[in-house]
Design a protein around this ligand. Structure first.
Ligand SMILES: [Zn+2]
Length: 276
């Protein structure tokens, strides 16, 4: 297996992966999507709600706020010594107590939540929760626990994860000479991978294969058949988008740990089954 990072920033990781089957790469995608635990609010006690939102809508909004997660310091409720009833090893509390004494409408943001663990905080302080008017208040206690997205999407540790086959773009610009069309390909490509000005032949951008979505609009529309789009066998470009609840390093390490655990569990269960 070969792995090469193509792009990495705070919220996106793109890498090329070769010599891997589609079944294996899809297993990795599904684990990242559904199995990696992260924190989300699971219980809200609303003591005062003068906003225009019903209590259940407010609780739903609080549940969807992404929280930075420390997987080393906390247990999943089902694995905790407390049996899941809630203790400092499996639960974090977030409180909010705000009274609006001004004449203006006040917006309450995720940054207004106070937590009992400074490591477990909203990934952004700018997520609006509710608005309250003059002489109004909002007071609630919320309890966050670790969970998995296979049980509820609020525990999804990545915003998006997908892959596509590695494109092979073959472009023969010698076929462009005398083309009556003002390069329809450069206009059709949704990723604008072809550069064209009136007095020159079109050129294919360097590293266009990293951005190509394999839509084949170039191949289908070029009147001179100058472009051919194919894809490489067993080579993929893998994209992970994160909202910051976990680092990319943790996401990838955890993915392989869960894959190993699932394989071990499967083989153990297989031994207990009589296969005729
Ligand atoms: Zn516990």
């Amino acid at each position: 297996m070969e792995l090469k990072i193509l792009e990495k920033n705070e919220f996106n990781l793109t890498f090329q992966i070769s010599d891997i089957s589609i079944e294996m790469i899809n297993a990795l995608r599904r684990i990242m999507m559904s199995w990696i635990p992260c924190f989300a609010v699971d219980e809200v006690i609303i003591l005062k709600n003068d906003s225009t939102l019903y209590d259940d809508i407010l609780a739903h909004r609080i549940g969807l706020i992404p929280l930075k997660t420390d997987l080393e310091a906390y247990n999943l409720p089902e694995d905790c010594e407390c049996g899941g009833t809630g203790c400092p090893q499996c639960q974090v509390s977030l409180t909010c107590e705000i009274q609006n004494d001004s004449n203006d409408i006040l917006t309450i943001y995720s940054g207004d939540l106070e937590t009992n663990d400074p490591n477990i905080v909203p990934t952004s302080p700018n997520i609006p929760i509710a608005e309250i008017g003059k002489d109004s208040g909002l007071t609630f206690e919320a309890y966050a626990i670790l969970g998995r997205a296979k049980d509820h999407v609020k525990w999804q540790s990545v915003s998006n994860v997908f892959y596509r086959k590695k494109p092979i773009i073959e472009f023969d610009d010698s076929k462009c000479k005398g083309c009556p069309d003002k390069c329809i390909v450069s206009r059709m490509c949704p990723e604008k991978l072809f550069e064209y000005s009136d007095n020159s032949s079109p050129t294919l951008k360097k590293d266009a294969w990293q951005k190509c979505t394999l839509c084949k609009s170039c191949e289908d529309n070029c009147p001179n058949d100058a472009v051919t789009i194919g894809s490489e066998d067993n080579a993929y470009i893998f994209y992970i988008e994160s909202d910051g609840v976990l680092t990319f390093k943790t996401i990838i390490e955890k993915t392989f740990e869960i894959l190993d655990d699932n394989i071990v569990e499967f083989s153990e269960k297989l031994e207990t089954v009589e296969i005729e």
